[in-house]
Design a binder for this molecule. Structure first.
Ligand code: 13P
Length: 258
């Protein structure tokens, strides 16, 4: 109850590089119908489509109370950065959220935790809300390095404590070994890391009571309730299941009733 008052649950659908104008339509129609005001009173819901579909998402979800955002943002304000998209452009498209530092970008594109913090800073400066992703690999976990890896990933974010107002930074804990693998962290494993993250950021000056920490990694309607029952898990960052309307809406319901 205390958590509910301080931190409204948040469920975010990361569509990754999926969808077409045509295939998005039935998904968006089902979200518009299923994510009604009664449900949204208990949970904040957002979707993160690929950039080209942001106008389509805003046209479908604009009046619903569901918010939207982007999967990445440039670390620069504007200028000669071919192919990049700035935080101000995302604000123009009505975005509220930006994920930064997704493990796929860290692994495939070599993004560093310093660059991730710069992107989070840009996001806040533009008046949008960053969702900073952290998570260890299976090798890290097996070597007992989970906490040190997470500590190093969140350290550059600590300076944001002086930039954003309380509650403006969201962290997503996504163990790399659980993403797209069907292998979810157990609620206890996830809770332990969430508590660690909250402790670290609280020590860095963040308002621990309003800091939302999402879990991501193979979350499904069936696994969501036990995860969201944990005291430091404030919602989810959902990949594959966010492309299936019934699954995603069921996950949102779980968060609302956690
Ligand atoms: P899956 O839910 O498909 O495992 O993806 C998780 C994720 O990476 C969300 O950002």
């Amino acid at each position: 109850m205390q958590r509910q008052e301080a931190r409204k649950p948040l469920v975010v659908g990361n569509w990754k590089m999926n969808g077409t104008l045509g295939s998005n339509e039935p998904l968006l129609a089902a979200l518009r119908a299923g994510l009604d005001a009664a449900l949204l009173a208990g949970v904040d819901v957002a979707v993160l489509p690929p950039y080209p579909y942001l106008p389509q998402v805003s046209a479908w979800l604009g009046e619903t109370g569901v918010s939207w955002g982007a999967q990445d943002v440039a670390g620069h304000a504007d200028g000669a950065y071919t192919g990049e998209v700035s935080a101000a452009m995302l604000r123009d498209l009505g975005c509220r959220w930006v994920t930064v530092g997704h493990s796929e970008r860290r692994a495939l594109l070599g993004e560093t935790s310093e660059q991730v913090a710069v992107k989070a800073d840009r996001t806040l400066q533009a008046g949008l809300l960053p969702i900073a992703c952290v998570g260890e690999t299976l090798a890290d976990r097996e070597q007992g390095l989970t906490e040190s890896v997470i500590a190093a990933q969140i350290a550059p974010l600590a300076r944001l404590a002086s930039v954003g107002a309380p509650g403006q930074l969201v962290i997503a804990y996504e163990p790399v070994w659980a993403i797209g693998t069907g292998r979810t962290a157990s609620p206890e494993q996830a809770q332990a890391v969430h508590a660690f993250i909250r402790g670290r950021l609280s020590a860095a000056g963040f308002d621990a009571a309003s800091l939302r920490i999402l879990y991501g990694g193979s979350v499904k309607a069936a696994s969501a309730p036990a995860l969201f029952a944990m005291p430091d898990i404030d919602g989810g960052l959902i990949g594959g299941a966010s492309l299936i309307a019934d699954e995603f809406i069921a996950i949102c319901r779980s968060a609302a009733s956690a």
